[in-house]
Design a protein around this ligand. Structure first.
Ligand code: FES
Length: 105
């Protein structure tokens, strides 16, 4: 069973392979920041601190939203501020193996 570690809370959850990250944690009582739950607002953005390769590749809508988030984030925080970080949307990301995450503000 894959595990998701919440680095900002020092918590770890087990979930079923293929589950959507947000839904799996919500079902266990852990609410991540969110908005539309449809992949278009970006409110559920998270940084994958370990195990990015253990997520199913992002869909087209998730990629488009992450691209827009990244542009806005770098406008606020400077060019290159997201460099080397892996950003995903918790409402879209399907977990295939162990990952560590933290919400991205
Ligand atoms: S909650 Fe809107 S993109 Fe995930």
């Amino acid at each position: 069973m894959p595990t998701v570690s919440l680095m900002h809370k020092n918590l770890k959850f087990e979930l079923e392979e293929g589950e959507i990250l947000f839904d799996a944690l919500d079902n266990q009582g852990e609410k991540l920041p969110h908005g539309c739950l449809a992949g278009s607002c970006g409110a559920c953005r998270i940084e994958i601190t370990e195990g990015a390769e253990n997520l199913k590749p992002a869909s087209a809508i998730e990629r488009d939203t992450i691209e827009a988030i990244s542009e806005n984030y770098e406008k606020r925080n400077g060019p290159g501020s997201l460099e080397a970080r892996t950003i995903r949307l918790s409402c879209r990301a399907r977990v295939l193996g162990d990952v560590s995450i933290k919400p991205l503000k």
